[in-house]
Design a protein around this ligand. Sequence first.
Ligand code: 2P0
Length: 335
Amino acid sequence: MKISNKMKNTTAIAHSNIALIKYWGKSNQKLNIPAVDSISITLKELSTKTTVRISENLEKDTLILNNRPAVEKQRLRISRFLDLIRHEKKFDFPLEIKSENNFPTAAGLASSASGFAALALAASKAAGLNLSSFELSELARKGSGSAARSIYGGFVHMHRGDEKSGMDAVADQLYDENYWDLRLLILVTSIKEKEIGSTEGMNLSAKTSPYYKNWIQSSIGDISEMKNAIVKKDFEKLGELSEFSCLKMHALAMSSNPGIIYWNENTIKIINKVRALRKSGLGVFFTIDAGPQVKVLCLPQDISKVKDEFKNIKGIKQTIHSAIGPSVYILGENT
Ligand code: 2P0
């Protein structure tokens, strides 16, 4: 590949997502193929902005994460991902990556989802590749399973696929962000990095949980029920299924050996409050990823009431209100 002396900066923005039907477990670790399908909504308020520059002058890839040089483990993970693009485009120059999240990194707010989605688009574009959404989703998946979903806005279905190569283990959009206005109140209960990352956690569950087989089998029904709920805009059903999938995933993590507990005492306090509010007639449901933060789902007409209910609760460190967000996009390219 011929690289011009005037290097270009390519910047992409991707939004994080939250799975309503969760992914947990891989059928192929090397290719990062998920063992189950998943369904998510993309989050307008949580995003990653990533700038890529191809550089002849560097010795190795550099990664600045939230204005600081990243630790070597993170840099290597990114570097291995960039090798996929270098291999495709047949060049061997290092890349300079600057990436910023507008939310706490690695605290269970899916920074790898928006991170790898933004990187897949910015780096492939910087290298002169014009990938389709389908190809971008496959590429992003190799960085992080949930990143394959963040290529799209709105309501997204990630397929585990049938091909051994993983070429059909990609996401597609069910509906865009204007289809149905749902709101999420993200309640941050800890900004500490979690002790067990998702990859490690799900691999441990696959190896040791006696419930793993049932998890895989039962997720097929969850997916079709959730798709139905979205088609019918049945919020009650969507909420119930989201809680069910979330608790099943955490039960799977807890039933691993050694058991993984992502929650803290405030996570449980919030779960109980969501259920009490529901009993009192408010349409609220929770979902939780591999971390202690609780995401409360509701309809737009209830969001101010929901915000009020969680305003003065001790143990909530930050509250983020999000609507459904858009697909990944290029913010700009300049020399
Ligand atoms: C999900 N999570 O469906 C599930 C629910 C967390 C809990 O996908 O190993 O960073 O990089 O593919 O995508 C987070 O895991 O995992 C995740 P890898 P990823 O959103």
